[in-house]
Write a protein that binds this ligand. Structure first.
Ligand code: 5GP
Ligand code: ZN
Length: 164
């Protein structure tokens, strides 16, 4: 019974993704319908060069299936993404001789996401480059820190694996 439900749910999720896929630029790029400068591809992912790079070698790691953002990802992709980003980062470091790499992953419009298909940026950094990926640190008092921590901890099951 539980298994049947899981299969039905999986089919529904797949249908949902297929529907979204029709109008999604990154679905088309990830699945090869639109050409891209691909530096890596496997069954689940495609890594491409960003057409408006922040720095030389700015790479986007796209899932082939459609997920809106990190919070929409399925478990299988979640487990693979960081190890793959690490391998690709090594690849960029060796080939481009960069001095550092940002992993940037925007979730939601407020966080700067402009393409609503899951992707991770790998942005090589070079000593003295002019790129700015930063924020303005502001002082905060103890009361505010305690208050925000209390709010976060009020969420049930925090620190536990999400159940799927
Ligand atoms: P976001 O702001 O959603 O985190 O990042 C979207 C990224 O996709 C941007 O860095 C943008 O330059 C890149 N981008 C948008 N359209 C295309 C495209 O058609 N091809 C490639 N390779 N990159 C794209
Ligand atoms: Zn998509």
């Amino acid at each position: 019974m539980i298994e049947a439900l899981t299969i039905t749910q999986k089919r529904k999720d797949k249908e949902k993704r297929m529907m979204k896929k029709e109008n999604c630029l990154f679905c088309k790029i990830a699945n090869g319908e639109i050409p891209s400068h691909t530096l890596y591809e496997d069954e689940y992912f495609r890594a491409i060069l960003d057409v408006n790079p922040a720095t030389k070698g700015h790479t986007l790691l796209l899932s082939k299936d459609h997920f809106q953002d990190l919070f929409d990802l399925d478990r299988r992709i979640e487990k693979k993404i960081l190890p793959l980003a690490k391998v690709l980062g090594e690849y960029l470091k060796q080939s481009l001789d960069c001095n550092g790499i940002h992993l940037v992953q925007n979730n939601g419009k407020a966080a700067g996401q402009t393409v609503f298909h899951f992707h991770m940026h790998l942005i090589p950094r070079y000593e003295g480059d002019e790129e700015m990926i930063t924020w303005n640190p502001k002082p905060v008092d103890e009361e505010e820190l305690a208050d925000v921590l209390k709010k976060i901890k009020e969420v049930k099951n925090i620190g536990q694996e999400p159940r799927r």
